[in-house]
Design a binder for this molecule. Structure first.
Ligand SMILES: [Zn+2]
Length: 85
């Protein structure tokens, strides 16, 4: 049990040490995310239709907000699903 816990802690350490992802939008210098650009919006949505958290997508706060708005807008318009079963 203690060994297992140690193994898990080692795993966590490894994860923490991984290279910090940089924000896709900052790199590409994109400052508007069009909700009609489904291909791009979909990159930040999980296969179940959920918006990927910042820790997964690596986007900065500003651009994560932009993604969230775009996703919500396209959901409302029926371009993206609210949830996938
Ligand atoms: Zn950014």
């Amino acid at each position: 049990m203690a060994d297992q816990q140690q193994g898990q802690q080692a795993k966590l350490k490894l994860k923490r040490r991984r290279r910090k992802k940089v924000c896709f939008f900052c790199v590409e210098k994109i400052n508007v995310l069009d909700y009609k650009n489904t291909a791009l919006v979909k990159r930040f949505v999980s296969d179940r239709g959920k918006i990927l958290p910042r820790r997964n997508s690596g986007t900065c706060a500003k651009h994560q907000r932009m993604i969230a708005n775009a996703v919500k807008r396209s959901r409302y318009l029926g371009i993206l699903p609210y949830s996938v079963d």
